[in-house]
Design a binder for this molecule. Sequence first.
Ligand code: HSE
Length: 320
Amino acid sequence: MKGIKIFAPATVANLACGFDVIGLALDFPKDEIFLYKSNNPGIRINRIDGASLPNDPKKNVAFVALQFLLSKYQQKQKFERFERKKEIGFEIELIKNIHPGSGIGSSAASAAGVVFGANILLGNPFNTRQLIRFAMEGERVASGTAHADNVAPAIMGGLTLVRSYKPLDITRLNVPNELWISIIHPQIEIRTSDAREILKQKILMTDAIRQWGNIGALVAGLYQEDYGLISRSLEDVIVEPIRAMLIPSFYELKIKCKEIGALGGGISGSGPSVFMLSKGNHTAKKVTEVMNLVYSPLKVDYKTYTSPINRKGVKWSKII
Ligand code: HSE
């Protein structure tokens, strides 16, 4: 097999209380990536549709993540001497349906998609944890930090929890059957690196206690499919109070969405997108309508999405 088409989902990181550790994958939107294995060494990006991304390969997340994988593959080949060293390269075509800088994991989709696809084209030499590790290198380029809370759900699907970064230890969480998500993406630019820089490096013990209570209870709520407990746990007392000022009408959005029945929500990743979780498709659609009502009078372009949770993560199909 020489070429495959990959579908890489959007993701929501943090999920209110789980800064840098919790994330989930959406069914919609998805990036499409065509990846071809070639005998010409090196990685070439031949087409980017839907976004203007850096031409400089060192700043392109797909390039960086794939190069990291390729260097590990070549080390592996050297080590496993029985395999004759072959020249290997890749050609990439990216169709970006997830807007860069939207806060719903655009860079993660590119990075996760290419490493997942390359692994298949190479005959699956790497496991899921290694693929996440490679995709995190893409995130390092995009945001200055190799966080995993977007790339893990993009690759694994569903809801994921990073228990530890060193060593990397990631686990999947239960996805309650009726969990849906509404997203509003105000078309303003917030760079993840800037949104991280404004955060405090030290936090109060009282805030930490509240936050870890919420994370533990959120995980319990997900397993017990207790939507009331999930709702009460969607509270972030550490990051959101600082980042909220970057997003127009953030608190109005939250209040009005909860009034119509949302379980709760917050900033998606580092923003500017805002997410709300709901029990059931019907409520999620009403919540998305409320998001539209709050934003339509503002002089800000925006997009909204309503999606179930994506349980599968990156998907692929053979093209050659
Ligand atoms: N956890 C990261 C942050 C996600 O909030 O900075 C960035 O998408």
